[in-house]
Write a protein that binds this ligand. Sequence first.
Ligand SMILES: Cc1cc2nc3c(=O)[nH]c(=O)nc-3n(C[C@H](O)[C@H](O)[C@H](O)COP(=O)(O)O)c2cc1C
Length: 360
Amino acid sequence: MGALETPLCGLLGIRHAILLAGMAGGPNTPELVGAVSRAGGLGVLGVSGTTADATAEATRAAVRLAGGAPVGVNLQLAGATDATTTRERMLKVLAPFREELGLPPDPPPPPAPDPPLVLLEAALDAGARVVTTWHDPAPVLPVAGAAGVPVLAMTTSVAGALAARAAGADAVIAQGSESGGHRSRFGPGAATASETGTLALVPQVVDALGHGVPVVASGGIADGRGIAAALLVGAQGVSLGTLFLAATESGVTDTYRRALRETLPQDTVVTDAVTGRPARWIRNRIVDALVTANAGTLGWGAQGALMADLRREATRQGRADLMTMLAGQAAAIGAEPRPADRIVRDLVEGTGAALAAARG
Ligand SMILES: Cc1cc2nc3c(=O)[nH]c(=O)nc-3n(C[C@H](O)[C@H](O)[C@H](O)COP(=O)(O)O)c2cc1C
């Protein structure tokens, strides 16, 4: 039995305990999700920010491409937060960048996405067989439970893991501070909690939950060495985001791919300045300007909406200095383009090799 055939594989119906982290906003195309599942891992669609129709279509495509293997869906469940600045102040900070990109000073409101439970119903109807969550999973547990679909709740803390398990989550994804993307902070003390690295967080979550509950490690893992380390501290699987951005099937642009290859650990920063909730971004001109301005935000939801057309236009123009790009601290590891099935195979083989080397 391979090191990545853990009890988590039985829960999810997969061959290798490797998850493609749910990444909303474009990276996780149906082709990427389907390829990871087909290769024996779990492909997970990130559907937040879209509509029920788009979710159904993407899920059906991913399920078809997975060739009978299960496909998961990821939902963002954090509520809106209050503004700590005014729209005028924020527009003033963004004005030079908007002008540089040829955008009007005041952006039009983007179309409203459908609420998470509507997206969940659409994904389940279209064949999603696993749910992963960002933030408190409580709202989705009854729906997923009624459909007989396991829920994996992502959390940055022991308190969050205990809360998710008490609410009925089947497994926990322990998200360390190295992670790219937004932090899944919820549960007692979450608002003021400091960040915890993956190797410190995973064993403490495993100990707190007891050994029967699967724990998946997430954050800064990008090759077999990282997976071996996660397994040795008690994880039953891993969830990788940044590494899969480099897959040939991912939806990111060549500019983003190049930036990932060039991103050293110190080139990323965790800040709430871009979207109103803390996330790890590649440092560039616009991210640094938002951090330095220290101008507050319009809060989760409104801040992202204000940034939407700037983000899209900077991406369209291939402006690495003005695109807002999420990435983890291990971005440069394995960042050369490879097909997703090859990535999964390399991870499985690399894990075996790393564990063999550790045994001497
Ligand atoms: C581009 C990007 C988008 C992300 N979007 C989501 C998301 O929509 N939902 C979610 O639960 N996590 C999201 N995450 C966080 C991942 O679930 C995961 O915790 C993280 O990628 C793990 O760290 P790594 O990037 O070092 O592998 C995102 C991460 C990245 C890099």
